[in-house]
Design a protein around this ligand. Structure first.
Ligand code: SAM
Ligand code: DTB
Ligand code: SF4
Length: 330
């Protein structure tokens, strides 16, 4: 789907847009389920990059303390607790520019992934830039999805980050696809972008081949000390419209209502679910910032008559390597 069509959909009368998004949602996701994902920051702060929204960049004086890579046993404790609380996906984030094969830290991450993947949840990691070899090793260790966001439009990206480029992000996504992992890729609303920037970001996401398996829509959590620390919240209806257009443009994706949910009312979140969001981060903390309390989330889903996604007996396999290499060659 191209920009003009996304623009037309976005600017429909709200109820017409929601009607179309509902129809797509019900055709693809009839179960009325919400995926619960637990996030864990396995290596916090001290990042070399200058992403101007991020609490973990070493360039800004933020409230976050730097922490080394967590020990495997400590990660496993958190992963087991996440599973016991009903999460079906465990997402581990590291504040790195990227990872390189042959380094001690990469071997440690592979070991963590191998252990977590035995628990029977989907395993997602977000470690920054990857090459083809790193991608293959992560897949073999048991990663089901790799999170790497494009965050905003190609045009706005250089206003937000200068230490890597939009094309660098796309290259990593290609390597993830080439290795046969699912791609989790989305962005942030509230970085001083225009609505057209948001739709240009969505155009890139919708034209990835294959389309992303999941699309996190983050709302900026303004972090004191960062260049975006005083940004104003995005209007709720703009968030809802963006989710609805994402649902229509990428019908098979989990659309994850991600960071910034603690700043949204229950009614605003409900509109987001109605528009097509079917995944959330679950648990009291995101990477470094607050998320709604787990009990409050379960109570909200119950009030709405929605169900947490049923835990798996078998974790769904990502696309086979053969399929993926055909896609890359095509
Ligand atoms: N270093 C890795 C990377 O850049 O891909 C992984 C971690 S990074 C924290 C993952 C994503 O979290 C970012 O791409 C961004 O979309 C989101 N994020 C980070 N800080 C945020 C904030 N303050 N508010 C909302 N979303 C944020
Ligand atoms: C994503 O798109 N959002 C998550 C996850 N992928 C790694 C991270 C949100 C971080 C919010 C800010 C923080 O807690 O530091
Ligand atoms: Fe934050 Fe990731 Fe950017 Fe590092 S690369 S500053 S962790 S968003």
């Amino acid at each position: 789907m191209q920009f003009d069509e996304l623009h037309r959909l976005y600017h429909l009368p709200l109820f017409e847009l929601l009607k179309q998004a509902r129809a797509v949602h019900e055709a693809h996701w009839p179960e009325n389920e919400v995926q619960l994902c637990t996030l864990l920051s396995i290596k916090t702060g001290g990042c070399s990059e200058d992403c101007s929204y991020c609490a973990q960049s070493a360039r800004y004086d933020t409230p976050v303390d730097n922490e080394r890579l967590m020990a495997c046993g400590d990660v496993m404790e958190r992963a087991r607790a996440a599973k016991a609380n009903g999460s079906t996906r465990f997402c581990m984030g590291a504040a790195w520019k990227g990872v390189r094969d042959g380094t001690k830290k990469f071997d440690e991450v592979l070991d963590i992934v191998r252990n977590v993947s035995e628990l029977g949840m989907e395993v997602c990691v977000t470690l920054g830039e990857l090459g083809p070899e790193e991608a293959r090793k992560l897949r073999d260790a048991g990663v089901t999805a790799y999170n790497h966001n494009i965050d905003t439009s190609p045009e706005h990206y250089a206003n937000i980050v200068t230490t890597h480029t939009f094309d660098d992000r796309l290259n990593t996504i290609r390597h993830v696809q080439g290795a046969g992992m699912s791609v989790c890729c989305g962005g942030i609303l509230g970085l001083g972008e225009t609505v057209d920037d948001r739709l240009k970001m969505l155009e890139v996401l919708a034209n990835l081949d294959p389309q992303p398996e999941s699309v996190p829509i983050n709302n900026l959590v303004p972090i004191p000390g960062t260049p975006m620390g005083d940004n104003k919240p995005v209007d709720t209806f703009a968030i809802v419209r963006m989710i609805a257009v994402t649902r229509i443009a990428i019908p098979g994706a989990k659309v994850r209502l991600s960071a910034g949910r603690a700043q949204l009312s229950e009614e605003a979140q409900t509109l987001c679910f109605f528009a097509g969001a079917n995944s959330i981060f679950y648990g009291d903390k995101l990477l470094t910032t607050q998320n709604p309390q787990a009990q409050a989330d379960l109570a909200l889903l119950q009030k709405l008559g929605m169900k947490p996604q049923t835990p798996f007996t078998d974790v769904p396999a990502p696309a086979s390597k053969e399929d993926a290499s055909e896609l890359v060659e095509a």
